[in-house]
Write a protein that binds this ligand. Sequence first.
Ligand code: C2E
Ligand code: MG
Ligand code: MG
Ligand code: MG
Length: 288
Amino acid sequence: DAAMYAVKRAGRGSYRVYTPELDTRAHDAELRRAVENDELVVHFQPVVTLAGGDITAVEALVRWNHPTRGLLMPGAFIDLAEETGAVIPIGEWVLLDACRQAAGWRAANPDAESLRLSVNLSARQVTQTALVDIIRNILAETGFPADRLVLELTESVILQPDEQTVARLNALREMGIGISVDDFGTGYAALSYLRALPVSVLKIDRSFVTGIDTDPDVYAVAEAVVRLAQAYRLHVVAEGIETAGQAAALIEMGCVSGQGYHFARPMPGEDLAAKLSSSVPAGRPGRA
Ligand code: C2E
Ligand code: MG
Ligand code: MG
Ligand code: MG
């Protein structure tokens, strides 16, 4: 489509014709270089008990510290990475870096030993033949325990899993790794997959949390999701909690865990480590 071609200045007086395809390729190359040049950063958002605010888990969320554009959120690059396959090296790097940092917190702070680490997995990663070996190697290399790791998959990823994908997820589950359904309720998946797959956690999407304390219909739907999770014996985490009112409504319907700006925003690993060492659980002596 000629209308979509753009001519850009490429250095002094010379012009090159860029097609959308070349543009995608250029972005892809930039993204892959970003991994090699250590431009990616993992931030961590606490998952807390809604009633007590205790940190029980953290979710690893990738950012790109771009040399000229500043800190980019995943919304600015993860879809392209998924499309081109760059999400494979990115995802592997995130897993390694997050496990390494979390292993460090455990070594420095006994209170961090029960902390779970959630890492988002993309559709491409889940269909990767080597996935189980890659994760096993990362756990061995970092010393992070399998039973503290949770992998987050969206419904679209597990919509129609092929046999090998189911086998991979079962293998991960057998290692003790948790499998979480992210953004639950936003996909088109039939609920039957909850029985077919070794899922252990349901994350209620933010769209069911917004308005939960003001709109009775939203409350009713969120409550139905909580009951559903209970029926499947899954742990429930509510996402995107921004107000005390939303947290109270979730507590009322029996949801135990959640994450959101009301409790804490995603933050660099150093900040999270500091937060962990300053929050001493009740009944334990404080540290100097
Ligand atoms: P997600 O896994 O559902 O992560 C939750 C997103 O909601 C994060 O956005 C988080 O910063 C944001 N959030 C948390 N609390 C609140 C709140 O109270 N209000 C609002 N409005 N937002 C809140 P973020 O970090 O921009 O990530 C967006 C998405 O990008 C993630 O959604 C996940 O699907 C994807 N993503 C992030 N990191 C990775 C990664 O390492 N690999 C892959 N494949 N995807 C990732
Ligand atoms: Mg997630
Ligand atoms: Mg989510
Ligand atoms: Mg969400």
